[in-house]
Ligand binder design. Structure first.
Ligand code: PLP
Length: 313
């Protein structure tokens, strides 16, 4: 889907016109993949608009930067305020927000020391990521997720998404909506851009972070909702074949939200329809995000927008 532009992008503390948010081809990030980023959603609600779990996303951005020794001139509070500023300046909600921290133009060579840290935050309209009326048809990827102590999975770094691209392109080429990757030991890890949940005999399972999975904010939201609903939840290593005999399987992610999976490697999940537990969790998740249920966990940051129509530059 082509990006729908908006008037402004936040750059190092200032709003600049969308078309001026460009970088030089000799920037460090272009050659060595040196960036960390976030993906956040702002939902439209009956009472206004609100960003979903903004501080948690920006804390993960700071954590990713810390892992890669990137020192930012902005703290958590300032970064959260910047997200609100850019959304309000652009007047676009609902929207997707993309903060990115990168190593810019300075020196050539692997050492990032001489290249400046640049922070950008863009927002733009974005709809459903996984179009799956009734559930997505997915495959197990032939590509493994990142091995421990190679590229750190807890950092949401641009370089990790070269692996994600391999997973996603293979799935798409073979007619699937998405791929689920195993870790290097053959245990279930995650999708190219989503965490994975499995329901079997009334218990909700998801792989622990040690299986090379990103610490998804939606994953955490689903675990919180499930515990609140009194569902038994366990984070444990999952063998591949559990996916084929599960009652329900679904993806979670900021882009994917809560997306039921209909089949895996052409084997139907349960009876092939979104299951009761998936529906209950999705109902609570979308209820909170869309402002139709109480924000009982304090997940929403309100933004003031006068028009809800997308504004293009
Ligand atoms: C590889 C990967 N795993 C999991 C997720 C889900 O994370 P979140 O729920 O924070 O968006 C994402 C999306 O950011 C991702 O790219």
């Amino acid at each position: 889907m082509p990006i729908q532009t908006t008037p402004n992008i936040w750059h190092n503390g200032k709003l600049i016109p969308w078309e001026q948010a460009t970088i030089h081809v000799m920037s460090h990030v272009i050659h060595y993949g040196s960036c960390v980023f976030e993906g956040i959603r702002c939902y439209k609600q009956p009472q206004g608009s609100a960003v979903f779990r903004l501080p948690e996303h920006m804390q993960r951005l700071l954590d990713s930067a810390r892992i890669y020794r990137m020192e930012l001139d902005f703290n958590l509070e300032e970064l959260c305020a910047a997200v609100v500023d850019v959304i309000e300046a652009n007047g676009v909600a609902p929207c997707y927000i993309r903060p990115i921290v990168l190593r810019g133009y300075g020196e050539i060579g692997v050492s990032p020391k001489g290249s400046p840290i640049e922070v950008y935050i863009a927002n733009f309209p974005w709809g459903k990521y996984i179009e799956s009326q009734g559930g997505a048809d997915v495959c197990i990827s032939s590509w493994n997720r990142l091995a421990p102590n190679t590229l750190p999975s807890l950092a949401k770094a641009g370089a990790n998404y070269m692996n994600s691209q391999l997973i996603h392109m293979e799935a798409e080429t073979n007619g699937y909506a998405e791929g689920i990757a195993l870790d290097v030991n053959g245990l279930v890890s995650e999708g190219s851009g989503e965490n994975v949940f499995v329901v079997r005999n009334g218990v909700l399972y998801t792989p622990p972070l040690a299986n090379s999975a990103l610490s998804g904010i939606t994953r955490d939201s689903v675990l919180t909702i499930a515990r609140h609903l009194g569902l038994p939840v366990t984070e444990q290593a999952l063998p591949r074949e559990l996916l084929y005999i599960a009652d329900e399987v679904f993806f979670t992610g900021t882009a994917a939200e809560v997306s039921p999976i209909r089949s895996i490697d052409r084997i139907l999940v349960g009876d092939g329809k979104p299951g009761e537990i998936t529906k209950k969790i999705a109902d609570e998740f979308f209820g909170i995000a869309n402002g139709l249920k109480p924000d009982r966990f304090g997940w929403l940051t309100p933004v003031k927008i006068s028009s809800h129509e997308p504004v293009t530059a």
